[in-house]
Design a protein around this ligand. Structure first.
Ligand code: ATP
Length: 308
């Protein structure tokens, strides 16, 4: 079952709709984004992206710098609005299986077996909403209840303790302070930071700070987790530990995770499927095995041979 679907998403930066149309016309004729920028002056973030992310999938978005990865992920929580296209999210899918209060109901929404049943995954659920149609209130609700984000540079509030940072996103839920702290403590425990709840972010290493960022995102219990180069700022050893921890958590949580990385090794390690971007275009989506054995073009083949 699809959880997120991007339909014909294009993003031309700093252009009104008429200006953007001139760039889109050139892109439709096959011109690459560098030439389009030279000819029109407009930056191409994305062009005609069609992408399905299945419920419970850890889906990596991979590509070189400037290929459009951050632009793509920021469309899903509408930090960026597209020039054209639609973004469908099935808000009926709810991985409400994780908080300490709900451990008795820990039923994963989607299993790995379910993922494999839907190799094409093109159908749209009748409960999917086009998030571009949300008004301010609807968007606020969507961000509070459906999507969480983990940032590359952690994004912790420096004057709040670790506990306060993790509990912060729960203030909008109807929970008492003690309940919020109970949930936060649970997630700090899950990421291995049980003794640091009274510390401040600047007292922690980068790896520890990102564990707090992960605990904060997980504590909201939102079914979709967006991770934008979340481990890229970390030393290789710590990065590998966090990758392992994410995989271990995901085994139990079955979140729908969109994971941005420019590192093919990381994508192959954590991603069930990988989508490869080049110059704002989606070149190929597939499992690591499919990309390695049936690359769509030389760009994909080069990534995968660098890996092999
Ligand atoms: N705010 C902006 N204004 C103008 N152009 C932008 C803006 N943000 C991104 N771009 C352009 O859109 C294209 C895609 O950028 P994006 O940051 O999404 O790529 P990326 O793959 O995430 O790169 P990186 O790995 O370096 O973060 C680039 O050409 C970039 O210059």
């Amino acid at each position: 079952m699809n959880h997120i679907q991007l339909e014909n998403i294009s993003k031309i930066y700093n252009a009104n709709s008429t200006q953007a149309q001139s760039a889109l016309t050139l892109l439709a004729e096959g011109m690459d984004s560098i030439k389009v920028k030279e000819q029109t002056g407009y930056s191409v973030g994305l062009y005609d992206i069609n992408l399905n992310v299945k419920a419970g999938e850890l889906h990596c978005i991979m590509g070189l710098s400037g290929s459009g990865k951050s632009t793509l992920i920021r469309h899903i929580n509408r930090l960026i609005d597209p020039t054209s296209g639609k973004i469908w999210v099935d808000t009926s899918i709810n991985a409400k299986n994780t908080n300490t209060k709900n451990t008795a109901n820990m039923q994963p929404t989607t299993t790995t077996a379910d993922l494999n049943k839907d190799p094409v995954g093109s159908e749209k659920s009748s409960s999917a909403i086009n998030v571009l149609e949300l008004d301010d209130k609807g968007l606020q609700h969507y961000r509070q209840q459906t999507v969480s984000m983990v940032f590359q540079h952690f994004g912790l509030v420096p004057h709040m303790t670790v506990m306060q940072n993790v509990a912060y996103g729960l203030r909008v839920r109807k929970m008492s302070v003690s309940e919020r702290h109970e949930v936060a403590r649970h997630w700090l425990n899950e990421v291995g930071l049980q003794n640091l709840e009274h510390s401040y972010p600047d007292e922690l290493s980068g790896g520890m700070q990102q564990r707090v960022g992960l605990a904060r995102a997980l504590a909201t219990d939102n079914p979709i987790l967006l991770m934008d180069e979340a481990f890229s700022a970390l030393d290789p050893l710590i990065r590998a530990q966090l990758q392992d921890q994410l995989l271990e958590l995901q085994e139990r949580l079955n979140k729908t995770i969109v994971f941005i990385t420019h590192d093919i090794d990381e994508a192959v390690k954590v991603g069930q499927r990988i989508s490869i971007l080049n110059g704002g275009r989606l070149v190929q989506t597939g499992t690591p095995h499919e990309l390695r054995h049936n690359p769509a073009d030389d760009y994909v083949a080069q990534f995968m041979s660098a890996k092999a």
